[in-house]
Design a protein. Structure first.
Length: 77
């Protein structure tokens, strides 16, 4: 799987979290569409199926993340 550059991931995470803090999901259609687009891009960039998992995966790939700390990821059964 191709991995997104940490700078790209950081930018996506910051944009998504900013819109989430501003409650963009309740905003104008164009703003909601941008938030949905960011969520899809994060999922593709991290190889995940939902935005919350994508945010966790993206944060684990950012500089300063502790690679040994996988407490937020589910263990395989």
């Amino acid at each position: 799987m191709l991995m997104a550059h940490p700078a790209v991931l950081n930018n996506l995470v910051e944009q998504y979290e900013t819109l989430r803090l501003l409650h963009a999901e309740e905003g104008a259609p164009a703003v909601r569409e941008r938030m949905d687009e960011l969520a899809r891009t994060l999922c593709v960039a991290t190889g995940t199926a939902d935005v919350d998992t994508a945010l966790i995966a993206a944060r684990h790939r950012l500089p300063g993340a502790r690679p040994e700390d996988d407490s937020l990821l589910t263990a395989p059964c």
